[in-house]
Write a protein that binds this ligand. Structure first.
Ligand SMILES: Nc1ncnc2c1ncn2[C@@H]1O[C@H](COP(=O)(O)OP(=O)(O)OP(=O)(O)O)[C@@H](O)[C@H]1O
Ligand SMILES: Cc1ncc(COP(=O)(O)O)c(N)n1
Length: 275
């Protein structure tokens, strides 16, 4: 069985972070392992508290995994502060890890900062160069590219700028532009359109925009699904295509848990075959 390591924060409500990552990895037939960077007290309504773990404990988790069950791919999510960004980068180099998917988590859907303001430089200069793909949402891509993004043309421009600063691929997730009119295609159906910039080429991945407010953890799910598909041997465009199909199914299968933006239905493939 192929193995995937998530280096990310814990979400007590199970919708995002390592909990979403491990569910995704299991559903996609890989063996998920975790190195926890921070503990959050959160639910579908918001983040109440964050405790960043000490760097030596984070490095120790990564080393313990790599010394025994070397991961075929790695997903990196919430990193909390610049010290953690630096120590995760050092551990990746030391262990010569491969298939690195970096989700540059900055702010939760509920508006809570999950990465210190002053950590962006370390993220861009120290960690990004080690990644095979980074998966920013629109606000994160605006921060990384230093420009506003209000259209698909802006997404293409921003992806080119971000890709110019490292060797990997860039997937700009368009969830925040969907339903604003900016993503509308000719038949006026609204779509959730993500842009992959890979090897100098751009490619759109479009899926039905599901009218469902329960989208807590979509970014975590997509990035860990990409890591799982890379671990199983897919090339980058194929990994993105399969990951987006899994994600869209999990949004469509619609759970309705909690009082706020609820989590996804990770087990949707089993749910459908049970019907
Ligand atoms: N309502 C929806 N229907 C279908 N796909 C969606 C919907 N909302 C988001 N997506 C898709 O989910 C993925 C993550 O999107 P988004 O742009 O919201 O990233 P994010 O902000 O990092 O996610 P998160 O909400 O977990 O922080 C993308 O593939 C996007 O197209
Ligand atoms: C531990 C952790 N990692 C990532 C997110 C981002 O997910 P979302 O934007 O859906 O809140 C989160 N809320 N918590």
């Amino acid at each position: 069985m192929k193995t995937v390591l998530t280096i990310a924060g814990s979400d007590s409500s199970g919708g995002a972070g390592i909990q979403a990552d491990l569910k995704t990895m299991t559903e996609l037939g890989t063996f998920g392992m975790s190195a926890i960077t921070a503990i959050t007290a959160q639910n579908t309504c918001g983040v109440n508290a964050v405790l960043a773990l000490p760097c030596d404990m984070i490095s120790a988790q990564i080393d313990a995994v790599c010394d025994d069950i070397f991961p075929d791919a790695v997903k990196i999510g919430m990193l909390a502060n610049s010290q953690i960004v630096e120590c995760v980068a050092a551990s990746i180099k030391k262990n010569a890890m491969k298939n690195i998917v970096l989700d540059p988590v900055m702010v939760s859907t509920s508006g809570h900062r999950l990465l210190d303001d002053d950590a962006s430089d370390a993220l861009i200069n120290v960690l990004m160069p080690l990644a095979d793909i980074i998966t920013p949402n629109i606000p994160e891509a605006e921060c990384l590219a230093g420009m506003k993004i209000a259209s698909k043309a802006d997404m293409i421009k921003a992806a080119g700028i971000i890709a110019g600063s490292f060797d990997g691929a860039v997937l700009i997730k368009g969830g925040h532009l969907a339903n604003t009119g900016a993503n509308c295609i000719e038949d006026s159906t609204n779509v959730a359109a993500d842009l992959l910039y890979h090897g100098g080429q751009t490619q759109w991945f479009e899926a039905e925009f599901v009218d469902n407010p329960n989208t807590h953890g979509t970014g975590c799910t997509l990035s860990s699904a990409i890591a799982s598909e890379l671990a199983k041997g897919a090339d980058m465009p194929e990994a993105v295509r399969k990951a987006k199909a899994y994600l869209t199914g999990a949004i469509k299968a619609g759970l309705n848990l909690g009082k706020g933006r609820g989590p996804l239905n990770h087990a949707w493939q089993n749910t459908i075959s049970d019907c």
